[in-house]
Write a protein of this length. Structure first.
Lengths: 355, 355
């Protein structure tokens, strides 16, 4: 029996979020935020909100928001789960599906929160190395013995889309566990595995309002799955916190979904800017996996990843640099507005000319 | 090794929140909500909010909100934790401090979420029976061997205040574990143990915006403790979800704290109405523990708890009834506005006359 309270503490190493610079005149391309504002309907929803409603608990089932998600994605309401950002959705999913004691699998180069959740919930895990070209090693995920699998598609920070055919192969090969496909970046040109939830009752598809809907500040994520899967997930969520989505955020989320044209227009603008950026990176001698997300993972033969990261930061341009053997030579650059990207490329051009 | 994904699911029995009736012409006294609106500054904060900020991640440390809490409660910022309602604060605390495998203690009649979190995180626990008069059995908590202790003060659903002297005795007797005092209802006339955090580094005091600040819809809770305790709690929180408090809720919380006079006035109105209600319950033959919260736990010799609950509900008056041997004869009645309480007592008078 432990004799001090401190010995009883569950000690963990937390996730490190990207820097949020306080200065205003920066080019911020480090946290995969959307460079455009949320849908104008969000502004109206906030202006019209009756603050007196806040005295009451919000609808714990967020039924209004789930109803609009149901209409938007043509998925029945009882196959949809919502949470405080997709991090909350994923944390609840790990807690619900991955704590059997059997090891789970995810790629070695991937969203750096997966191993943090594994630590938080004492889940054994094994990482599956990406191939040399940074693409997913599909066959290595098809062993059919894992306790759980989580794969982002497109993967982060590579931006690569594995394709629904390859992902279906993984899901089909692993009926013994839940397979989570984390589609945080899917709206920037990748194909969603959402239609597969009717075919595989062990498939959970997670998405978020943070990137394509420009709502990182609102903390809204969601997931689709079989009725059974969503029921289990909700049981664990209601055992953690009954009322997770506040009343105002429920309204704001509904408003954000009400304008599909705005949504498509902004996604397209980001996709176009990404393709324009690829060309310019290439012209400057960068190489990179062929991203289908709102960021590009770039590498240059003449400058180390860290050196470039620091040079950019010294000039008020923030990108994301990760430690670790396979990724340290790269920087993850979020796609900003054309003006922000011009600022980045103007600097890079001058900087590389002086090398 | 389990062979189906369903065998791997962590199956739990979730907490059942109080009913949220959809009809508008009801007297809702079932979820301990504040009958008055939030501070007027909250209205202005929402109206003035720049929706374009939502495209960016919120400040993960909620430093503005923590700063105002620091000023309001005269506690250094690094001794304050915030979460998505006090349920989130408590869930994170259970996960951080109570998962050593050693059994934890809480009263047998208490907030019904404690055993749910124990189930969620596989924490063994023992309940300590309240005394016959429903007061806390202080000595039974002073054994000095528990893996953790959680006690609400005032207790729910009894409303009884144990007093800081008795609570200090418990904290002092248990240096081997963290002791959580859940002060969700402390602003309605009980004394806070907050000053004791400087004396005992194993004491965590949790509070909420949901009751006394009329902000249940915003999902904001907070906790005070030693620097060390808060650091451990934050590590676990950042390993779960980096960005829990959305940008708008951070502003709304700050606004809510900006008007201490409004806060005191509303708390006093509820305290006065509670004392007036005690008299009227007594006149009608009810007995009850002497509540210091915003609810009264009432019992009547002539009507069973369930019968009264149903009769009230049939007349659009919602109170909370719990199952369980020691509580089934009672109903928990939240203190509403004078008009709402008049409606309740008009009904009760007629109903009991006809018995």
């Amino acid at each position: 029996m432990s004799s001090t309270w401190e010995e009883k503490v569950h000690k963990v190493t937390p996730y490190t979020p990207g820097e949020q610079p306080k200065a205003l005149d920066v080019i911020k391309l480090n946290t995969n935020e959307n460079p455009y504002p949320p849908a104008p309907a969000v502004k109206r929803a906030i202006a019209d909100f009756d603050y007196e409603l806040l005295r009451k608990y919000p609808d714990p089932t967020a039924s209004g928001l789930i109803g609009v998600l149901s209409d938007t994605y043509s998925v029945p309401a009882d196959q949809i789960f919502v949470g405080v950002g997709s991090d909350d959705v994923l944390a609840m999913s790990f807690l619900t599906f991955f704590t059997s004691g059997e090891g789970i699998l995810f790629p070695d180069v991937t969203y750096s929160f997966y191993d943090v959740w594994a630590g938080e919930f004492r889940i054994p895990y094994e990482t599956v190395p990406l191939k040399e070209d940074m693409s997913l090693d599909i066959d290595a995920f098809c062993r059919g013995t894992a306790g759980g699998i989580v794969i982002p598609n497109p993967n982060a920070p590579t931006g690569l889309d594995a394709g629904t055919g390859a992902l279906e192969k993984i899901i089909k090969s692993n009926p013994q566990c839940v397979v989570i496909i984390d589609e945080a970046y899917v709206d920037f040109g990748a194909e969603s595995v959402l239609p597969l939830i009717d075919k595989y009752d062990n498939l959970l598809v997670t998405q978020t309002f943070s990137k394509s809907r420009a709502m990182a500040g609102s903390r809204l994520g969601f997931a689709f799955g079989s009725k059974k899967l969503i029921k289990y997930l909700n049981d664990v969520k209601y055992s953690f916190n009954s009322y997770t989505i506040d009343a105002l955020t429920q309204k704001v989320g509904i408003a954000s979904l009400s304008d599909p044209d705005y949504f498509k227009m902004r996604c397209l603008a980001i996709i176009n800017e990404r393709e324009r950026s690829k060309k310019r990176f290439r012209e400057l001698g960068f190489d990179f996996p062929d991203s289908r997300s709102n960021f590009i993972f770039v590498h240059h033969n003449k400058v180390s990843g860290e050196e470039l990261f620091k040079a950019l930061r010294d000039n008020n341009i923030f990108v994301r640099h990760f430690e670790g053997e396979r990724v340290q030579d790269f920087n993850r650059v979020t796609i900003g507005t054309p003006e922000e990207m011009d600022g980045l490329f103007d600097f890079l051009k001058k900087y590389l000319e002086n090398k």
